[in-house]
Design a protein around this ligand. Structure first.
Ligand SMILES: C[S@@+](CC[C@H](N)C(=O)[O-])C[C@H]1O[C@@H](n2cnc3c(N)ncnc32)[C@H](O)[C@@H]1O
Length: 215
């Protein structure tokens, strides 16, 4: 794992703690990916991805990375600001025998984007809402897409916004630094379209919007 920590995401290591990472890993081993992640994976795997590469930004315990490699993907680059998630991901990649096809970076993706290669698939699953500077994250990540771009982010519904407000209130009350950010779906669409990508799939869960774009 290559480490280049930066001040991108205040409170990320406190919030995405070892306890949370391993709880998520246990849930993943028992039940597989979350509902929204499953929808994104199924949409990505509708095409034959044999030999394709993946850049997974903020991949957590790596559900997309493991699925892409299982489906014949050539290799994966994972970039995450949380070192505990990367540790759990590394452990799972080792268990599944995928370690040699996985390169991991502990960093703010935006800070190291210039040093990374393009990939056939680029994914940000529940990551845009952790990052205040939407424009920079979308610009840096869309620039890496050779074929397909996958996103999961909070819907524009009142319920989603209320969820974000209550989550941030709970962070404030417990004196934690970590915050989530609401970015309007229209804004996200226009930034992605300006990068030359067109929407090819959309689905919703109660709180999340799942989208796939193609070059
Ligand atoms: C809510 S978690 C989602 C994890 C996983 N994708 C999932 O859906 O279960 C958000 C993840 O994005 C990471 N993250 C947020 N902004 C990032 C950035 N700019 N660069 C790298 N990782 C980032 C956080 O460290 C965290 O692991």
């Amino acid at each position: 794992m290559t480490s280049a920590p930066s001040a991108c995401c205040p409170g990320v290591d406190e919030f995405f703690s070892q306890r949370l990472a391993y709880r998520e890993l246990q849930t993943y081993r028992r039940r597989g990916p979350s509902r929204s992640t499953k929808k994104l994976i199924n949409a990505l795997l509708k095409q034959d991805i044999t030999g394709w590469t993946l850049l997974d930004i903020g991949g957590g315990i790596g559900a997309i990375q493991h699925a892409v490699l299982d489906a014949g993907g050539a290799s994966v680059v994972g970039v995450d600001a949380s070192k505990e998630y990367l540790r759990a991901l590394q452990e799972e990649a080792l268990r599944l025998g995928n370690r040699l096809r996985t390169s991991l970076y502990h960093s703010d993706f935006v800070a190291i984007a210039d040093k990374l290669d393009t990939a056939d698939i680029v994914t940000l699953d529940r990551v845009l809402c952790c990052y205040k500077d939407l424009e920079s994250l979308v610009a840096a990540s869309t620039a890496k897409v050779r074929r397909v771009y996958g996103l999961v982010y909070p819907r524009g519904s009142l319920l989603s916004r209320l969820g974000i407000f209550l989550f941030n209130a709970s962070m404030w009350l417990t004196r934690k630094e970590f915050r989530t950010h609401f970015h309007h779906p229209d804004k996200i669409h226009s930034l992605v379209a300006a990068a030359g990508l067109s929407e090819s799939y959309r689905a919703n869960t109660l709180l999340w919007q799942v989208e796939v774009y193609s070059r």
